[in-house]
Design a protein around this ligand. Structure first.
Ligand SMILES: [Zn+2]
Length: 306
């Protein structure tokens, strides 16, 4: 398998990376789910529309296209923001319907939740939705059965596997770079693991989100450069709209959840802008197109302007 995720320019070949946004609100994150039930979601002040608009403006300014993994519940209530994402030329992909962790669902519940979100987004935007990201990266060793179901439902790729040790997610020994899951009946599904670097014999995340807020920007930049230049691979980076919103209402979750959610919220926007200046990003769908399998592009993936 060969990856050619590069853009040819007059000066040099530039490595392409993928920027992904998980579109959900601050009160829907898994870290607070033991404090906020699904039925209580409508009671909270919604900030996702304003925050997503700010992200869209930022991406427009930097001329970057991204993949937006949209929660079905958000698409149902705020269709206008999903349409705005789509009209801006970004990729619309699925983040499930109600942000349930896969290891808390039966296979049938997962199928229904995912099918519902995919259908909602496709009806709204009128384009096939081929990408999926599990809530809180909850495709772990015990829930790898979900990959076959994703293929059944018509997905072309997944980006839910984090090759690290973490209390809520992770397959520590999974490949650090894009690969194909081999499925029954000779079928395949492309996987985009979240980015890590090898450091002192461990995989250390440099994939954005909480890690972008927690680690100094210079470390993240060094890590992504190392992936691009030394390992010659694309980086997969993620972010949530609530991460650029330091003014969001505070939730009284566990001490660990509060730390993970609120640390350095005021630094995200400037760090994201630096990322957008320092690296080239495209949607995952475009990155997938560059992966060759016997020189055949991944079926159903279409070229975006990069
Ligand atoms: Zn999420």
């Amino acid at each position: 398998m060969k990856i050619e995720a590069r853009l040819k320019t007059n000066e040099s070949k530039v490595m392409l990376n993928a920027l992904t946004i998980d579109v959900e609100d601050y009160y829907q994150v898994s870290g607070f789910e033991s404090h906020i039930r699904f039925e209580q979601w409508p009671d909270y002040e919604s900030r996702v529309v304003g925050n997503t608009w700010r992200l869209l403006e930022m991406l427009h300014f930097h001329r970057v296209k991204a993949t937006f993994f949209v929660l079905g519940w958000i698409a149902e209530r705020y269709p206008q923001v999903v349409l705005a994402i789509h009209k801006e030329g970004h990729e619309i992909a699925s983040h499930g319907y109600r942000h349930r962790l896969l290891y808390n669902m039966s296979r049938e519940e997962f199928r229904q939740d995912t099918e519902r979100s995919k259908g909602l987004l496709e009806d709204l935007c009128g384009v096939p939705v081929v990408g999926y990201r599990a809530p809180s990266y909850s495709i772990i060793q015990e829930t790898l059965w979900s990959i076959d179901i994703l293929r059944d439902l018509g997905f072309e790729y997944d980006s839910s596997i984090f090759p690290i040790h973490h209390d809520r997610y992770g397959i520590p020994h999974a490949s650090r770079f894009p690969y194909f899951h081999s499925l029954s009946e000779g079928r395949k599904l492309l996987e985009f693991p979240l980015s890590t670097i090898r450091l002192f014999g461990r995989n250390v995340p440099v994939a954005g989100g909480g890690y972008l807020r927690l680690f100094p920007y210079a470390f993240i930049r060094w890590g992504i450069r190392r992936i691009n230049e030394q390992e010659q691979k694309p980086a997969i980076v993620y972010l949530h709209p609530w991460e650029i919103d330091p003014g969001q209402p505070r939730i009284h979750g566990s001490r660990l959840s509060r730390f993970r959610h609120y640390v350095n919220l005021d630094k995200t926007e400037s760090r994201l802008r630096r990322l957008l200046q320092d690296f080239r990003f495209v949607p995952l769908r475009s990155l997938g197109e560059t992966m060759t399998n016997g020189h055949r592009p991944v079926k159903g993936l279409v070229r975006q302007n990069v």
